[in-house]
Ligand binder design. Sequence first.
Ligand code: NDP
Length: 277
Amino acid sequence: MKTVRLPDGETVPALGQGTWHMGERGRERKREVEAVRRGIDLGLTLIDTAEMYGDGGAERIVGEAIAGQRDECFLVSKVYPFNASRKGVVRHCEQSLERLGTDRLDLYLLHWRGDASLADAMAGFGDLVEAGKIRHYGVSNLDVADLEDLWQVPGGAGIATNQLLYHLGERGIEVEILPWLAARGVPVMAYSPLGQGRLLREPGLRDFAERHGMSPAQAALARLVAHGDVIAIPKSSDPERLAENRAAAEIELTEAQIAELDTLFPAPTSASPLRML
Ligand code: NDP
């Protein structure tokens, strides 16, 4: 598995698994737990979840899946901005830990800025690090103006990642945010790296994949991972798709293949407002 360096030097897998929409339907529960376990067996040990997903249901699915193998995993969860007061961050993290059946998160993110006070959220994260309840903290859906505000706040420059919407059909972050973070050694975590599945229906991507002997999902993921400082977290509840996605981390795209994908899916040349789901 390819890895990405966090600012403190720790390395994490470049490909993980997402869990949005898991834990929403009781009848899917068993299948979803099995999917997350299958992902872990395949090496997709970085698992992204949030208190928001399934109203805590996704964290419960993950908790069941990691039971007995928690130490093999790198667990990421997120706090709603409206829960991110200094004390709220601590309380909501403890609730996430309870649902996940563990005593610590590897990474805890502010889900989006909303009306949160960045100073309070960072203070709460600091309290959690001190208590050993989280190992790293970070943010999600913050644009450059937000990041500049964050850098003014105690602890703000200590983020391990900014989790952002990023896939071949949505390359806006390459104009400003990605270089801003790269200059500070902060990797991006790419969410919806398959464009929620829609990207995979693009004729250009399908044609590229067929000609180069890979699937559209593998081409999309391999292009993101080729950056070296991007972690991608595709979600699948299907065992075969999980294996297909996992194999993307072993694909070394040639410079010509990267150039071809970049021509098919060009990055914009000027900045536009950050898109988020
Ligand atoms: P993805 O881009 O990961 O796409 C997921 C969809 O693609 C699902 O419908 C899945 O279906 C399908 N799929 C997965 N693999 C394949 C494949 N190989 N071939 C065909 N279809 C496939 O979208 P998500 O929005 O789920 O993003 C990934 C994760 O990022 C989320 O689960 C969540 O953890 C995180 N996220 C974070 C956000 C934030 O604000 N911070 C916002 C959105 C997402 P199936 O399961 O049936 O295989």
